[in-house]
Design a protein around this ligand. Structure first.
Ligand SMILES: *Cc1c(COP(=O)(O)O)cnc(C)c1O
Length: 397
């Protein structure tokens, strides 16, 4: 883009004409939030918040430096040990965000002599991470098609190292990666399977250990496991878990680990409390899954276009940007916050309401949302996709 006001105006105008202008809307406590990633209701948990507050009084507001200088506190250390034990891996390493974990891990482990075999719907941070590796061998397979992944692995030059990279639970669709088949394909080619389980940790598996627990896979099948704290754990930050030498290599080489300020220790403390509650308070997962089942019964009875997802991510596919925006706007008026998700976050033509359920919801609130969907989905504007976008997006002329 040229450095002129005209070029910037043209770029913004282009975003507007494609109905892709995004607006940040501060939370309104009068609305019930059905689009956060706080699946277990831990972000607002009083005990977790109190742990963070008292840790901040003790350790201060920030880490003061990167991990390798003087920012690595006993709280980070304890959290890493607890995460290693929890994920049943030798070691875990705390990163400041999941985005940075993905960039750091792939850039540290992958070089030009490796082939990357990636699901086409992987999270944006994994796509950027793949680019950062600078390998020219960046291949994508049809979403969740393990056979296609295996074929790409087989046809790649056998002199190259190989990595299979996938979300555990897909963030915009809520479906699971076919991990057992991907693990088998990876094993046949001596490839590493890297799983970003941002939306599985805390939610899936009896013990909340995520997609790997759900499918009964260990560190042999999934040597690199990435998880985030900002989703089900309700705090902020991320981790990578694996064998000791994998983690040691990341400490030495992952630039997004080395050259950034460590997570505030109080966030590490809060995450330790959240992890403990997530493990001990099984009712959180049980209530969540019963809400998912209840919601799915409701949408099926109504014949709504819900996807095939058994996780708390329950997108309603509406197709056009206008429809998704109009539906989101109407739900907002009825007291429900459900953000419309549009390209480039999702493929063109698959704009949607990404409805997410949380332990913090009651059955009555889910029934309220279903009743609101009844009204909204019958609306002419939504059915026909009428252009109410001016009022919806508040387009700046
Ligand atoms: C949210 C998310 C991330 C990024 O994690 P942050 O800690 O929010 O940076 C990475 N991968 C997936 C699949 C995610 O959903």
């Amino acid at each position: 883009m040229r450095c002129t006001p005209e070029a910037r105006a043209a770029a913004l105008h282009d975003i507007d004409t494609r109905r892709l202008r995004r607006r940040r809307v501060p939370n309104d406590d009068r609305q019930v939030n059905f689009c956060s990633n706080d699946y277990l209701g831990l972000a607002r948990d009083p005990e977790v918040a109190a742990a963070m507050a008292s840790a901040a009084r003790l350790h201060g507001a920030g880490a003061g430096a990167s991990h390798l200088v003087s920012g690595h506190s006993t709280e980070h250390d304890a959290l890493e040990h607890e995460l290693a034990e929890f994920t049943e891996r030798e070691r875990a390493l705390v990163f400041s965000t999941g985005y940075m974990a993905n960039l750091g891990v792939l850039a540290a482990l992958v070089d030009r002599n490796d082939v990357l075999v990636c699901d086409e719907l992987n999270h944006a941070s994994l796509i950027d991470a793949a680019r950062l590796t600078r390998t020219p061998h960046h291949l994508r397979y049809t979403h969740a098609d393990a056979g296609a992944a295996a074929e790409l692995l087989r046809s790649a030059d056998s002199a190259l190292g190989a990595f299979v990279i996938t979300d555990g639970v897909f963030s915009m669709d809520g479906d699971l990666a076919p991990l057992p088949a991907l693990a088998a394909a990876a094993r046949a080619r001596q490839a590493w399977l890297v799983v970003d389980d941002a939306h599985g940790i805390g939610v899936l598996g009896d013990g909340g250990r995520g997609s790997c627990e759900f499918f009964g896979l260990g560190t042999k099948e999934v040597p690199v496991l990435i998880g985030t704290f900002g989703k089900a754990l309700g705090t902020f930050g991320a981790f990578v878990a694996g064998d000791g030498d994998v983690i040691e290599l990341l400490i030495q080489r992952a630039r997004t680990y080395i050259y950034t300020t460590a997570l505030p220790p109080a966030v590490a403390t809060a995450t330790r409390h959240a992890l403990k509650k997530m493990r001990l308070e099984k009712w959180r997962r049980e209530h969540l899954h019963s809400l998912v089942a209840h919601f799915r019964d409701g949408v099926r009875q109504r014949g709504l276009p819900v996807s095939d997802s058994s996780t708390p991510i329950q997108p309603l596919l509406l197709g056009s940007e206008d429809k998704a925006l109009a539906a989101s706007h109407r739900l907002g008026e009825l007291g429900y916050r459900v953000t419309a998700i549009r390209p480039p976050t999702v493929p063109v033509g698959t704009s949607r309401l990404r409805i997410t359920l949380s332990t913090a919801h009651s059955v009555a609130q889910v029934d309220g949302l279903l009743a609101a969907l009844d009204q909204v989905m019958g609306d002419d504007a939504i059915v026909a996709g009428a252009s109410v976008h001016e009022s919806v997006t508040g387009v700046v002329a």
